[in-house]
Design a protein around this ligand. Structure first.
Ligand code: CA
Length: 290
């Protein structure tokens, strides 16, 4: 019973900061929080200030279908939640209704320039993003396209922008623009999660400051962790697989959190990815932060 395991997962899930990977689970996950397992979740807080780099849709520096993400990334922003939907002291995966605006950058920024797929990966000719994909499979598909799996910090920057937005679209949680906060998650007759993926043509407003689509919600996206995760459930084994953005359930669905503890072969209907690639040309450091 996969779904039984799923429910355990919801309760157990992963950690560093993201939403638990979903498990299909048996219960209609109550509107609530995902529960936490142990973790390293860093309570990140606060939000951002507009810095605006407006989107850079298509660039000659990136392959077709990719967006140029260039600017000064803040590794340690202060993003302060003003209105929690659950008690973060009890639920590591608590959702935040509204953040203080703007966010503040604590520490030095880092220049970044790379390309990222505008959309969640969908097989050629299809608009429905591919789910049921493991980290290992995602990596192979990206590399087969001459790309690579995104680094955690790259994904975060593409989502937050220089403004360090908690949500790609701003400071207030808004399930009307992206696919998350769905409540009816499990088909009890079949004992499995409903497939609530939405097409890449849906949710046109679910954009990051760089114009990257559906980063939070819809498909949970595999990345390469910035720092290794040593999984207790795997005997302390080093793992580099992380999930970003959450899926369609009532999760954190923010830019900063990352879910760890799902190994390289884990996959469910809600796990997918998008790829990154090197940008052509030099990093124009002086052009970026203004
Ligand atoms: Ca997504």
């Amino acid at each position: 019973m996969r779904w039984v395991a799923l429910s355990l997962l919801l309760l157990t899930a992963c950690s560093r900061s993201s939403e638990p990977a979903p498990r299909a689970d048996t219960q209609v996950v109550p509107v609530a929080p995902e529960v936490p397992p142990a973790t390293v979740e860093t309570p990140r807080v606060e939000l951002a200030a507009p810095s605006g780099k407006a989107e850079s849709p298509i660039s000659h520096r990136c392959p077709a279908g990719m967006v140029l993400v260039e600017g000064m990334y803040c590794p340690t922003p202060k993003q302060e939640c003003l209105d929690w939907m659950e008690d973060p002291a009890k639920f590591p995966y608590a959702r935040c209704r509204k953040y203080r605006e703007p966010s503040e950058c604590q520490g030095a920024r880092v220049p970044m320039a790379f390309c990222i797929d505008r959309e969640e990966y969908a097989p050629p000719g299809q608009e429905l993003p591919q789910g049921d994909t493991s980290w290992t499979e995602a990596k192979k598909i990206c590399e087969g396209q001459g790309k690579r799996l995104c680094q955690e910090s790259e994904w975060t920057f593409a989502c937050e922008g220089e403004e360090m937005r908690p949500y790609p679209y701003g400071y207030e949680r808004n399930p009307a623009v992206c696919n998350f906060e769905q409540q009816d998650l499990v088909d009890r007759n079949k004992g499995q999660m409903y497939d609530l993926r939405q097409s890449n043509a849906a949710n046109p407003q679910c954009l990051s400051p760089f114009g990257v689509h559906n980063m939070v919600g819809n498909i949970d996206e595999w990345v390469v962790l910035d720092r290794p995760h040593y999984s207790e459930k795997n005997g302390g084994r080093k793992m580099m697989s992380g999930l970003k953005g959450g899926w369609w359930g009532p999760l954190r669905n923010r830019c900063r959190p990352v879910t760890v503890d799902h190994d390289e072969l884990f996959k469910e209907i809600q796990t997918g990815f998008r790829c990154c690639a090197e940008a052509k040309g030099k990093v124009a450091q002086n052009d970026t932060d203004q």
